[in-house]
Design a protein around this ligand. Sequence first.
Ligand SMILES: Nc1ncnc2c1ncn2[C@@H]1O[C@H](COP(=O)(O)OP(=O)(O)OP(=O)(O)O)[C@@H](O)[C@H]1O
Ligand SMILES: [Mg+2]
Length: 307
Amino acid sequence: MSVKISVKGQATAPGSLAEVLKGVKLKLVTISGKGGVGKSLVTTSLALGFAMRGYKVGILDGDVYGPTVPKMLGVSNSMLYVDEKSGKIIPVTGPLGIKVVSIEFALPSDDTAVIWRAPLVNQALRDFIAQVDWGSLDVLVVDLPPGTGDAPLTIAQSLQGGLDGSVVVTIPTDISRRIVLKAIDFSRKLNIKVAGVVENMCCFKCPDNGKLYYIFGKDAGRKIAESSGVPFLGGIPIDPDLSQYLDSGRLHEFLASENETAKAILEVVDKLIEMYKDKLQQPIEAEKKPRRISLLKLPGEEEGGNS
Ligand SMILES: Nc1ncnc2c1ncn2[C@@H]1O[C@H](COP(=O)(O)OP(=O)(O)OP(=O)(O)O)[C@@H](O)[C@H]1O
Ligand SMILES: [Mg+2]
């Protein structure tokens, strides 16, 4: 089965992934063994953090079934366009100039469920990823669907060879610990270097007194990282302020504030910048060209979309 994303009845041509990503210096992916641990929050925070440090950043929301990156970045109502000449998808521009690509932009409404079966998703994802014109970027951050199943595997494999590191997101519970070990194993089996572990919801920041309460116990993320021989990148508290900014698509404003949680997130970004400084220091290609564009259609939306 093959899926083509079409524009005005013409299929856009998937390029080779190596070609699509050739202008990107550093490619990171966030993974988690289970859902709901804050992976998308970490992905968008990393993207914004790199941008705040002056890097050119792209973000690929690879979570076909539950895309949330556009909402977190406040660009939910955007649409994807295709360059008529090259057939490539043009990313949406988000806060701080971040280039954003998400399947959500191609859906008719926020509430539309994607009910493709696995083989269709796999093909659609591969085609989708291979059709984006990222131009030249310092950093591309990829948000995978939760778990270590078919969909994350497809994206990770599609980008395989091109990914420079995985950021493993966990929460500090014992159940989560075992699942994270699976995620680390997943990354290693795909030959993606584990950049490190981020412990989200490491503690609760009380809005009344600003104190941190370690409700699940302390240092779980650090211990998981140490026992697996990978770096610990830092902890992010459960912070009601953060939650509010996220829900209103203003994460960039939160990160620019004096909030301690924002500082904790930026410390993770700074560790990654230090870790990958050689890659980030390579010269970047110049940006190019004006273009003619058309609206992107999903498979099946136009005749000839599915075959
Ligand atoms: N540290 C935090 N403080 C406050 N709220 C948080 C924090 N981390 C995550 N949340 C909230 O928890 C919810 C889940 O976070 P997120 O969507 O990032 O998880 P996920 O791992 O990507 O989930 P999924 O598996 O569904 O993709 C979001 O509504 C987010 O606002
Ligand atoms: Mg998510």
